[in-house]
Design a protein around this ligand. Sequence first.
Ligand code: NAD
Length: 404
Amino acid sequence: MTIENDRLPVLLIGGGMESREVIMPTLFQERRRGKIGWIGISSLTGSVIQGLRKYFPNEEFTGYPDPDKVDPDKEFPELFKEALDELPEGSLVIVAVPDHIHTTILLPALERGLDCIVEKPLCLLVEDAHKIIEAADEKALYILTDYHKRHDRAVRAARARYRKGDLGELLHGHAWIEEKKEMPLKNFAAWAEKSSPFEYIGVHYVDAYYFITGLMPKRLAAFGQKKFLPTQGKDAFDAIQAVIEWEDGSVFWIQSSWVCPESNTALTNQGLNLHGTKGEYWADHKNRNLSFTIDDTPYEHYNPNFFRPYDSWEEEGLVDWVGYGYESIQQGIDDMVTIRQETKGLSEKEALEKRRELLAKWENLRALPRQALIGVAVNEAVRLSIDNNSRYVGFDEKMYPKLL
Ligand SMILES: NC(=O)c1ccc[n+]([C@@H]2O[C@H](COP(=O)([O-])OP(=O)(O)OC[C@H]3O[C@@H](n4cnc5c(N)ncnc54)[C@H](O)[C@@H]3O)[C@@H](O)[C@H]2O)c1
C-alpha cells in the first residue's frame, strides 16, 4: 500500500477507550481542518477495528488487522510492526496501548525513525525511559507524552501564578484523583493487575506538580491497599498514596484510587491544593460548578474543560471537540506539521540539525521524554516503597529510584 504523504499521515496503535473517546475524534477533526491526511489504526484484534468502524461510521481509516481478511477474534500482537513499515518518512505514530507495553511499541517506532505521541505515563521503568531517550536523541525524534492536565487552564493558572511568585515558596500540597470501580473491573479488566491507580492516574498530579514548579522530587514514601479488588478476583491495588518531598523541602501528598462507587457524579474525583509562603491555590478539578440533572439519568458533574463536543462554528450539524484533552494531542500534531514544514527539501544532515534546533526550543516547554521521565521515576519509586513496607525511596542522578 502506498500512503499519501502530502499531509501528515498518522498511525494510531491501540484502539481502546482512550483512542475511541479522545484520540480518534481529535484525529478526524484535525483531518477535517487540513492538517492530517491518511489515518491508520493498528489494534490487537480485528474485532476492535470492527467496533471502531461502527462507532465512527462516516470516517475512513485503514485497519490493522483487516477484519474482513482474518478471524476477528485472533490476536496479532506484532502486526503493528508491519503497519509501521508501511509508513512514509515524516509520519506520526500515536501509542495508546496499556501502560506496561508502551516501551515495546515505542522502541520499534523509534528504530524506524518515526516521531511519536505516547499516552501517559511514557513507560513504567526508568531504564526503559533512558532507552527511549537514547533512541530519540540519536535521530532527533519528537516524542510527546500526553499529559493533558498541563493544558487544563486550572493547572496553567497555578503555574503562571506560582512562576510569577504570587504563592511564594511552596510548603506543602495535596492532590486527589479517584475513579469508579468500572475502570479496574470492566474497562481495564485485562491489565488492571499490571498497573495501579497511581501509575494510571496518580501520575497526572506528579507531572502537574513538576510542571507547575519545575522542582525535582527528592524522596518519597508510598502506601497501598488491596481490600476490595481481591474480593472480585483481582490481585490489584484499590488505592495508593504517596508523600513526596521535593528538592526545595516542600511536601506533596497524592491519593489515588479506582474503586469509587458507580453512583459517583463523575468518572473522576480530582483536585489540587498548593500552600506557599505567600498564598494558597485550591481547585476542585471535578466539580467545575456545572451539573446536569436529567430524567432517567444520574445527576452528573460536567467538566466543560476536558474534552467536549460543542456545536461547530464551521458547519451546521458538526461538532468541535474542545478542551485540554484535545489541546494536548493537538500540540503534538501541530509540532509534527512544523517539523515537516521546516525540514522540507533539506538534506538529511540539514534536516537533522533543524530537528535538533526545534527540539531544543521545545525542551523546557513540552512533556518531551526528559520531562516525562519524572513521572516514570516517581511511579517506579512508589512501587519500590510499597514493596519494602513503605520505606523512603530516593533517586540517583539519572532518576533511578533507590531505597534509603
Ligand atoms: N491521557 C489520559 O488521561 C488517559 C486516559 C485514559 C487512558 N490513558 C492511557 O492510554 C493508554 C490506553 O488506554 P485505554 O484506555 O485506551 O486502554 P484500553 O485497554 O481500553 O485499550 C488498549 C488497546 O490497546 C490495544 N493493544 C494491546 N496490545 C496491542 C498490540 N500489541 N498492538 C496493537 N494494539 C494493542 C488493545 O487492542 C486495546 O484496544 C494507557 O496508557 C492509559 O494509561 C490516558
